[in-house]
Every structure is written in C-alpha cells, then in structure tokens.
Design a protein around this ligand. Sequence first.
Ligand code: ATP
Ligand code: MG
Length: 437
Amino acid sequence: MTDVAVRAVRLGKLYRVGERQPYNTIRDVITASARARLRRLGRPSNGSAHDPSTEAKSMWALRDVSLELREGEALGIIGRNGSGKSTLLKILSRITEPTEGHAVISGRVGSLLEVGTGFHPELTGRENISLNGAILGMPRADIQRKFDEIVSFAGIERYIDTPVKRYSTGMHARLAFAVAAHLEPDILIVDEVLAVGDAEFQKRCMGKMGDAARSGRTVLFVSHNMAAIESLCSRTIWLEGGRCAADGTSSEVISRYLATCLSVLSDHVWPEPELAPGNDRVRIRRARVRPEQGEPEDQISVATPFVIEFEYWNMREGARLNLSLHVYNEHGVIVFNAIPTEELVWHGRPFPRGLFRDTCHVPANLLNEGVHRIELLVVADSCHVIHRMEDILVFEVRDIDDSRDGWYERRVGAVRPRLAWETEHLVAIDSTASGDA
Ligand SMILES: Nc1ncnc2c1ncn2[C@@H]1O[C@H](COP(=O)(O)OP(=O)(O)OP(=O)(O)O)[C@@H](O)[C@H]1O
Ligand SMILES: [Mg+2]
C-alpha cells in the first residue's frame, strides 16, 4: 500500500475583509523547518481556534476542507476566482497558517505559488538556486548536478549572475518553475504557472510536471486551464466559496464544474450601436443560436440541425470583413473553426456601410452532448482580427434517448457523428467440424 503524502483535516482560513496581510516568502517559511521530513501544520481542531466576534468583519477563504493524497498522486484543484484554491496551497506550503483544522505533509515540498515569492531579490539567479536547494535539504553535489538543467530550462543563461530583482516577470517565473520542478521535491505544488510564459514554455512546464508525477512525486496543481488539469491529474477537487464542492476523477469533476459556471446564453441583442460591443470598424448587434426549424427557444439535441447567427454593423465603407467562429466544448477543446469560405455573395467583396447578418448552418450529428461556447472573431482582409469576443454564445447540446442504444454512459469524444457502417458475416463456423467433438 502506498503512503499518505498529504492529509488535511477540516482546514479553514479566516481573513479579515479588506486587510490583505503580506505573507512571508516561501524561502522564509521553508527555512524555518527546512529538514523536517514530517511536518504538522496548524493546530488540531478543538473548536477554540478563532474568536466568533471577529467573524462579522471577516470572511472564510477556506472552510472545512479535508483531503487525503497518496504518495505519487497528482491532484488538480479548480474553482472560480476567489474560491480558495491559492489559500489551500498556501496553507499546505506553510506560507500561511490555517485558522481551523490541521494538515500533515510528509516529504520535502517544492512550491511555485505567485510570482514574486520564493527568491531573494538581491541575490543572483545562481545564488537563489543554491539557496533553494539548501532550503530543500539537498546536498551541495546534488544541487550542482541539477544546476545546468535548471538554467537551461529557464533559458536565463545570460542572466544567471544578475540579481533576480532585475529579472522580468517572465524570467522570474521561468526560473521559479525550473527550481521548483528540478530540485526533486517529494511534493510539487504549483499554482497557475501556465498563466505566465509563452506556449512553448507552458508545454515544457506540463511535460516537467508530468515527469514529476510519473516518477512517483505527489503533485498539487491549481489552474484555470481544464485541458491542462485533465491531462496531468487523474483526480480533481473543485472548490466553491472555500468549500469542497466535488472530489473525483478529473473528467467528471471538470464537466460538472463547467456546466455550472457557464450559464446558457443563446440569444443576445444590443439594440443601440453606440453601446454595443465593438469599435469604430465593427459593432455587434445580435448573436444567437437556434434550431434550423421550429421555435428559436426549442432545445438543441445531438440530432438537431441548428444555426449560429450574427448581426453586425460594418462602420467603414469598403471593408472586407469576415467572421470566424471558434466552437469550444466543455473541456476547452476547439471542436471546429467556421469561416464563410462557402458563402457566395459577400465573401471577399468590399462591404458598404450598414447592417449585415451571417448565418452559419451546423448539421445534425456533429457535436457531442454538453455545454458549448462560441468565441467570435471579426477579421478584416482575411488576416487582421479587429474584434474578438469570448463566450459570446453559450449553449447546450442535449443527448437524445434513442441514440444511446443501451449504452447509458456518456459517449466520449468531441464529435458525435453518425457514420455509415457495415458488418458482414464472412465465414460460418461449422460446429460439427470444429474438432471439439
Ligand atoms: N491575505 C489575504 N487577506 C485577506 N483576504 C484574502 C487574502 N488572501 C486571499 N483572500 C481572500 O480569500 C478568498 C480566496 O482567495 P484565493 O486567493 O484563495 O482564491 P483563488 O481560488 O486562488 O482565486 P483565483 O482563481 O483568482 O486565483 C478571496 O475572497 C480573497 O479575496
Ligand atoms: Mg489563486
């Protein structure tokens, strides 16, 4: 049986409203108990951890969160802004104390929380790497062995002897991630690292975290990027208002979370151009999704042909505009990108000023069930995005019972086509000649 790496019991954190205390750096905190292999954080819950009279001016950033993580498990943590994700990580990394409950962590913790923590600004990149290694209790030779890898991962070779206070935010974040991931902590705690850095660096971070998870390290990963969480973590918890709303397999928890955060928005009208989204080149007047036939408010199922419709004002004489739609499913995957190349009248021609309507026809049996959202891009001259709106439409594609064919789980996949299929009986087996008589 594998051992428990993290055990949190009824953790709670009460903050005073409007008073954001600065917390110590990770360095300060880890130094305090650098070599402790087994740490006990906070106090056992005994009901006297806080004074109830302060509750009126305070808010619970985290409440009653219990969690057990086995060694080698990779846990995703998701939830809306302000739901307590970072607070949970800060408690587990000992950056802040819980008000209630306690947590036991066994092993060395490497954490990457907000950019700006973890390094001493006056020290150089080189000195900070050594310091962090020492704080994690690594022998000098091991730190040396990892040094070049860290520097090249972070891509800061030229700045390695510069004090980190002169680093850009991106450089700082890259070094912080490289240190946290390469110094071989038993437990790797990462908050939103993917928000910084370019796509290529994000990919390397994911790869490195995957390596850490595969090599038996325990990983806790907070992100708003569901695809990243799902690919790295088999288990996910969802925090809502500081409490644990769900704990289960990542795909299940993510679907439930996304279904509640996107309220369906299938018809939007902006009657007054000056107040409508857009700019001096284009203004949006209406966006809607409706079934091809029947009433606009009828539900869309996997078997319903439907249309996506946009009305917009072209503000400049002679503009060559086209819309581009990104249709996302609830896992954050772009299921398709639609552009009007098949449109015969206006595509590629200069538009006079005025109101236009584009209608995109989506056939039945294309999208799978679930919540979908559309990002709209308005493009000029086929190459300049002049206006972009995320989640301009959010709609649900329902399942229909008769396509289930006895299968009651949700069908996997981004698309749900009905495909022609033949099965032929090619050779019969003659039971008298099969040799087992
Ligand atoms: N040091 C602090 N002092 C006071 N309130 C705080 C402090 N840190 C966090 N909070 C509050 O606690 C709540 C939870 O914050 P937390 O940073 O844990 O959320 P989060 O889930 O990480 O959000 P995000 O997705 O935006 O990063 C928020 O209401 C926040 O304003
Ligand atoms: Mg946060």
